[in-house]
Ligand binder design. Structure first.
Ligand code: KDG
Length: 293
């Protein structure tokens, strides 16, 4: 059987090369999607992983599918003849910050719905993972996440990364993300996200707000991360690496922790594995580092 199914949209990603002197721009065509990022990292560790989504019947969709499949992830992907594959672009303004632009309105993944949860459930995976991006995409995607977590097969671990994206999330999101998190067994949340969404300023605030999950992992940026389970807590420092571009590092971190949990490691070792994998993603401009050789 499958160790994990990751559910959510993946887009083609354009990463700009440094600007040339003649006014021309060039871009690397990569892929980006929080859930397929997690799936790829998990597959690289040798686990059996599927990615569940939808793509357009277009070149960008074939590119996305090809790249995910090349990583050894099973693609359970519907091809939608009527909708395009989404696209996202990273813009670097020289200040070290990344600005993210989305071209995803009406994309194929937005037509996913509650019926897809039954297909995921039929796989009886050990773990199902999604993020807060998914319920923000469409009514159907919100219903899908609801059904994924309320109708998961008994024994399936439900993993949720809050992944707050101000560019995507509307006014209702504080409530939706909190309710979803409280239904999950494993939750990843940034302290900065918790502050923006719920005004939670401290680790204890987050813990109180997100009561419910068996394992809660709060990310504290450059400091590290703290995990809570059954009244105990563990801390792991952030990796000491040079940060080239941060988008995608949270997914690598989640994958490291989940890999630990799925292979029977204890919480401390799982956190350390998350920090190590996050370090590999912080060093590249794309979402995921090249496959280690
Ligand atoms: O976590 C990284 C994601 O933010 C990135 O891959 C793009 O899925 C994405 C999104 O919707 O922002």
């Amino acid at each position: 059987g499958l160790d994990a199914v990751c559910v959510g949209e993946t887009m083609a990603l354009l990463v700009p090369d440094p600007a040339g002197t003649d006014g021309r721009r060039s871009f690397q065509l990569e892929i980006g999607g929080a859930e397929s990022n997690v799936a790829i990292h998990l597959a690289r560790t040798g686990l059996r992983v599927a990615w569940y989504s939808a793509l357009g019947d277009d070149d960008l969709g074939r590119h996305v599918r090809g790249r995910v499949a090349a990583e050894g992830v099973d693609c359970r992907v519907r091809t939608d003849p009527d909708r395009p594959t989404g696209l996202y672009l990273k813009e670097f303004d020289g200040t070290g910050r990344t600005r993210v632009r989305y071209y995803r309105r009406g994309s194929a993944a937005l037509a996913l719905g509650a019926a897809d949860a039954a297909r995921v459930r039929a796989e009886a995976p050990r773990l199902v993972h999604t993020t807060g991006i998914t319920p923000a995409l469409s009514e159907g995607c919100r219903a899908l996440v609801d059904a994924l977590f309320t109708e998961a097969a008994p024994g399936t671990l439900r993993s949720f990364d809050v992944n707050y994206r101000p560019a995507l999330h509307g006014p209702d999101e504080a409530r939706v993300l909190r309710e979803t998190a409280r239904r999950a067994d494993v939750v990843f949340c940034g302290l900065d996200e918790a502050e923006s969404l719920w005004g939670a300023a401290t680790l204890d605030d987050v813990r109180e707000l997100l009561e419910g999950p068996d394992l809660l992992v709060v990310k504290q940026g450059a400091e590290g991360a703290t995990a809570f389970r059954g009244g105990r807590s563990w801390f792991a420092p952030a990796p000491e690496v040079e940060v080239v571009e941060p988008v995608g590092a949270g997914d690598a971190f989640a994958a490291g922790v989940l890999h630990g949990l799925l292979t029977g490691a204890d919480v401390a070792a799982s956190l350390a594995e998350g920090a190590r994998l996050a370090g590999t993603a912080l060093g590249v401009r794309g979402d995921i580092p090249p496959r280690p050789s």
